[in-house]
Design a protein around this ligand. Structure first.
Ligand SMILES: [Zn+2]
Length: 248
């Protein structure tokens, strides 16, 4: 009897322990790597919405802690910078920002999401070589806000069906928002980098399933997601804020 019961009690304890501690131990140093892995799973449809939301709830307080402990600070709104160097709001697609529609979008649908809760910001690039037609140089993507790089993909090739291509997510603690910069040609920041408003983070490109196609003029896809009280990333239209940014 004793061996069997001791074994049973031991197994029961292990199971109970796993129920109480279902997530791996979180370390402050790895928070961005952890978030990036989560973001990749969401992107690729490899995690349930419920589990992903739970992980966001666990990770975001740690990311905020990391940010302020590593020199991150909240800049005033007047420092917000237009995301393309040498361009301004006139480069935003559609009349008065009408290219933005949030209906049908759910962050947790990943690469298969509907809607377009974003603004496409176009550069002058008739021959689609990713160089500005006037300057013959790449166009810098600037961080609109302060924040921390929590997810990024620095490689993409034409066989990939990823829509964002080479992308960056920057989390801004003061607005509890993610800022997403997609279709870049080069990513110039790393995970966990703390950035300031106006900092160069990438170069405009044509990476991504549809952005690569000839029918698509070269542009930056720019999206803001605000986390609600449960940590659910919801689309937020940054059009008005883009209009009051400073141009560099
Ligand atoms: Zn777009």
């Amino acid at each position: 009897m004793t061996k069997f019961w001791l074994f049973s009690i031991a197994m029961f304890s292990i199971c109970l322990n796993q129920v109480n501690n279902p997530s791996p131990k979180l370390s402050l140093n790895d928070v961005c790597t952890d978030y990036n892995s989560l973001n990749t799973k969401v992107r690729d449809g490899l995690i349930s919405k419920k589990e992903a939301l739970k992980r966001i709830q666990e990770l975001m307080p740690l990311i905020r802690k990391y940010y302020y402990e590593h020199g991150g600070r909240d800049y005033p709104k007047t420092t917000c910078t237009f995301p393309l160097q040498n361009y301004d709001h006139k480069a935003i697609g559609g009349t008065k920002g009408e290219g933005y529609f949030a209906s049908g979008y759910d962050f947790f649908d990943g690469n298969k999401h509907g809607g377009h809760p974003a603004h496409d910001i176009f550069i002058n690039d008739k021959n689609q070589d990713c160089l500005d037609d006037k300057t013959k140089k790449p166009v810098n993507v600037l961080s609109m806000t302060d924040g921390i790089v929590v997810a990024a993909a620095s490689s993409w090739d034409t066989s990939s069906n990823l829509r964002g291509g080479k992308y960056i997510y920057i989390y801004q603690p003061s607005t509890n928002s993610f800022f997403y910069y997609a279709h870049n040609s080069e990513i110039l920041v790393h995970l966990c980098d703390i950035v300031k408003p106006g900092q160069v983070i990438a170069q405009v490109g044509r990476s991504g399933l549809n952005a690569y196609k000839k029918r698509s003029p070269t542009h930056l896809h720019f999206m803001q997601l605000k986390l609600d009280s449960l940590g659910y990333p919801r689309p937020f239209n940054p059009y008005k804020d883009l209009l009051t940014t400073i141009s560099k």
